[in-house]
Design a protein around this ligand. Structure first.
Ligand code: GTP
Ligand code: ZN
Length: 204
């Protein structure tokens, strides 16, 4: 995987001022961004930075869809990083719909409205349950001088994938949001069929 770091500039947000770093994959031309706050490299003895590797979700993040919890997860990660003054959001474009793409995700939503759960919907369309790759995420972190992280996630596959590409996840911190009537089945499927950590507690 070859990926170029094209630019870094300021990104003021309601949660504080981040730096935003623009990257482009050489082969595919796929672009990604990393938001960072504080000194990611740190001093010897500093604890590793808090990192969220976040998959793009237009419906949730742009339009506020209640079918998932991507926007609250993203905002919560930005707030947590701002609160400690140090960390990064690695924002993965091309991960939309767990890698099947935006319009295929909308087709999966239509299947879900006909009764399927998240997994069954993809299967009914002949699509993979999760096609995301994390090599670009690992490359971007390394380009910013980050080798060891505390990862904000409930997804065990994401931790393993980053480790496989050379990023040491020294600790996992849960990324939990309050379930609502529209995303309860989606969160339950992650807890019960996809092995995501901690989500089960939301339904106790
Ligand atoms: N195929 C499909 N993708 C979905 C659906 N709902 C949300 N997504 C996508 O799922 C991605 C978010 O991934 P999740 O599996 O929810 O969470 P995760 O990133 O694996 O795990 P966490 O780090 O714990 O949040 C986004 O790209 C969404 O577009 C759905 O019903 N079907
Ligand atoms: Zn979403």
């Amino acid at each position: 995987m070859k990926l170029d770091h094209i630019v870094s500039t300021r990104l003021p947000t309601p949660f504080g001022e981040f730096a935003i770093h623009g990257f482009r994959e050489s082969d595919s031309g796929q672009e990604h961004v990393v938001l960072s706050m504080g000194d990611l490299v740190g001093q010897p003895g500093d604890e590793p930075p808090l990192v969220r590797v976040h998959s793009e979700c237009m419906t949730g993040e742009v339009f506020g869809s209640l079918r998932c919890d991507c926007r609250p997860q993203l905002e919560s990660a930005m707030k947590r990083i701002a609160a400690v003054g140090r960390g990064a959001i690695v924002y993965m474009r091309g991960h939309e719909g767990r890698g099947i793409g935006l319009v295929q995700k909308l087709r999966a939503y239509a299947e879900q409205d006909a009764g399927a759960d998240t997994i069954e919907a993809n299967a009914a369309l002949g699509l993979p349950i999760d096609a995301r790759r994390y090599d670009a995420a690992a490359c971007m972190l390394r380009a910013l001088g980050v080798q060891r992280i505390r990862l904000l996630t409930n997804n065990p596959l994401k931790m393993a994938a980053l480790a496989e590409f050379g990023i040491e996840v020294v600790e996992r911190e849960a990324s939990l949001t309050r379930p609502g009537p529209e995303n309860e089945k989606y969160l339950r499927t992650k807890a019960e069929s996809m092995g995501h950590h901690d989500l089960g507690h939301l339904f106790e």
